[in-house]
Design a binder for this molecule. Structure first.
Ligand code: FA5
Length: 342
């Protein structure tokens, strides 16, 4: 039995020395020292020995067990060291390698421009309200006084989504939505994307508008003028002037095209001015007093003595002016070299 013991022990030490992975080492441990391992089985056989033989063999078996355990531990440490070194080699840090560039996110220049304007109008008490981009033909057109046969429909080439549903061509439909949803006073701003069949350096099929509507008793054209002057001076500079030229929009009467003085050449009409091209003025938005027909459609009674004004502007146009962007299409091409500048 002593011979058998030293044969098992000797072979075990050799196998331990030869093992090349932690898994095979563990396998050896199980086959020797596990519950049904060869050394454990041998130790179980001790009980069958004579009282004289038992202590001798027991001592020898424990001796081998200790040796084997020590050898397993030693080999395990050595293998772990090798594995660690291999891992360190694999994951070697090259501290001289160029750093990976992280592009921090930022708001798109159109979003920045909308938010800046909302903040300015917000100081005058306007609240933001949103409307759907897929709008009923009724709210986009009829409800703002553009019936089916109205020539103004041709001014905004429309994308139809299905019978009676369009991609809104302007944010003016929200005027009626707001008046139907709340009684006066109404003082709302509606920012959002609008869609028209348009595509060139100054026109995009998708662009953004900001609509304003103020309805209350005794709202006058001079209030419109004052609100827009405040906004223009906050946005373009304290000495900015505005002028209102008569214009036509079916949902306002009277209607006006609003110009702001050129913030670059300050109405000096410099021939070289790239912003106003020597005119001294920049055409910037449409506005006017809410057409009485809209009040009727919203169910407001004449006896309430209500009046109001509305305005609508193109956000991209403002962003282009403020940042001297020559081509509107640059805003939507997703080129980080361009967008990262803002
Ligand atoms: C309107 O859309 C009116 N609803 C504005 C309005 C509201 C007038 C309330 C009166 C009262 P207009 O079609 O002019 O108006 O468009 C307004 C602005 O949108 C224009 O001044 C222009 O800056 C911008 N715009 C129009 N078409 C495009 C386009 N395809 N791409 C980019 N901007 C555009």
């Amino acid at each position: 039995m002593l011979e058998k013991l030293s044969a098992i022990g000797g072979q075990a030490l050799e196998e331990i020395e030869r093992s090349s992975s932690l898994e095979s080492l563990d396998q050896i441990r199980v086959t020797l020292l596990g519950k049904k391992g060869s050394l454990s089985e041998l130790l179980k056989g001790l009980s069958g020995l004579s009282p004289q033989e038992r202590p001798v063999l027991g001592a020898a078996a424990n001796e081998w067990k200790k040796k084997i355990e020590l050898a397993l531990e030693g080999r395990k440490t050595a293998l772990e060291k090798v594995l660690l070194e291999q891992q360190l080699q694999r994951e070697k840090l090259d501290i001289s390698a160029p750093a990976r560039i992280v592009h921090p996110g930022s708001l798109h220049v159109v979003t920045q421009t909308v938010r800046r304007m909302i903040q300015i109008f917000g100081r005058l008490g306007f609240d933001v309200t949103l409307g759907p981009e897929a709008e009923t033909e009724y709210l986009n057109f009829e409800a703002v006084n553009i019936p089916a046969d109205h020539p103004a429909r041709d001014m905004q080439d429309t994308f139809f989504l299905g019978p009676g549903v369009v991609l809104r061509t302007h944010t003016s439909g929200v005027q009626m939505r707001s008046m139907l949803a709340q009684k006066s006073p109404v003082r709302i701003l509606c920012p959002g994307a609008v869609y028209r069949c348009d595509h060139d350096a100054t026109h995009s099929p998708m662009f953004h508008q900001l609509e304003g509507l103020w309805v209350d008793r005794n709202v006058r054209m001079s209030d419109l003028n004052g609100v827009l002057l405040f906004w223009a001076r906050e946005l373009f500079g304290a000495d900015t002037q505005i002028r209102l030229r008569p214009s036509y929009f079916p949902f306002v009467e009277p209607g006006a095209e609003v110009d702001v003085s050129c913030f670059r050449c300050r109405v000096k009409r410099s021939e070289q001015c790239r912003i106003c091209k020597g005119t001294g003025w920049l055409e910037i938005l449409g506005a006017g007093m809410v057409h009485p027909r809209l009040f009727e459609m919203a169910g407001y009674s004449r006896s309430e003595g209500l009046s109001g004004f509305a305005f609508g502007l193109g956000v991209e146009r403002i962003a282009m002016l403020l940042h001297e962007i020559p081509d509107l299409r640059l805003l939507f091409q997703g080129d980080m070299r361009f967008l990262g500048q803002f």
